[in-house]
Design a binder for this molecule. Structure first.
Ligand code: GLP
Length: 241
């Protein structure tokens, strides 16, 4: 079930998302968060950092699980999602690094890494899963065609996704071809999902997620079946609704 909230701009959707995070932390200091990368959650992460600096929120007991990670980037590569999270959130709040988790696969055959991540996740229930959406409707790195009953798995990235993410690398050749990602079924286990989308290039995917048929070709459409999804959109991302 979607609770759709449309705001004027990116800053306002980031603040609205942070408000939800803040409310949860006020009630539950040891909350479990599912986190996403990409440019969309950056505003939320900045707001979380500001609240932590002002002692409004405390992350000492918080545990996090990230959705996904590239495969094949050298350790400490600035574009790995581990580096991204450390730079944009973890190093700037009082979270224990040992409580932060990202999947990590050695290569595209590393099925053990997928099992390990699912086994780790099995001990927790994610209170809030933060999600962005790819222009082709992917969530995490679950590209169109991913089975709705999938758990953590290794994917070959769609050409469009690699082109979208090329801006973070010096050339398309440098963008990894594979990634490890929580599956759709993993994501659906979260108690609450906050999906953020900003900008015109997300408008079609947002429209299909909300109004389209529930089909594996549009991974985000499965969220129609989740009991508690807050969709935070700026005007451009909501322009096709
Ligand atoms: C990547 C991430 C997704 C993210 C998507 C959108 O593919 N794996 O989790 O939602 O990018 O990124 P952006 O927010 O930069 O548009």
């Amino acid at each position: 079930m979607f609770n759709i909230i449309i705001k004027e701009d990116y800053r306002q959707i980031s603040e609205a998302a942070n408000e939800i995070v803040r409310e949860l932390l006020a009630k539950k200091q040891d909350a479990i968060f599912g986190l996403a990368t990409g440019s969309t959650p950056l505003g939320l992460y900045s707001a979380m950092i500001a609240d932590n600096e002002q002692n409004i929120t405390d992350y000492q007991k918080v545990v996090t699980f990230n959705l996904d990670e590239y495969i094949g980037l050298p350790d400490k590569h600035p574009q790995s999602y581990k580096s991204f999270m450390e730079e944009n959130l973890f190093s700037k709040i009082n979270i224990k690094l040992g409580n932060t988790h990202l999947p990590l696969a050695r290569d595209s055959q590393d099925l053990r890494a997928c099992q390990d991540y699912e086994e780790l996740l099995a001990d927790y229930v994610i209170d809030i899963q933060v999600l962005g959406i790819g222009a082709n409707g992917h969530i995490g790195f679950n590209e169109p065609g991913t089975a709705f009953d999938s758990f953590t798995h290794i994917v070959e990235l769609a050409k469009r996704t690699r082109l979208d993410n090329q801006r973070f690398f010096s050339s398309l050749d440098e963008v990894p071809t594979h990634a490890i990602t929580m599956g759709i079924a993993t994501i659906m286990k979260a108690k609450k999902i906050i999906l953020l989308a900003s900008g015109e290039n997300k408008a079609q995917a947002v429209f299909e997620m909300i109004n389209g048929p529930i089909v594996e070709e549009m991974p985000a459409s499965i969220l129609q079946k989740h009991p508690n999804v807050i969709v935070l959109l700026d005007k451009a991302a909501a322009s096709k609704l």
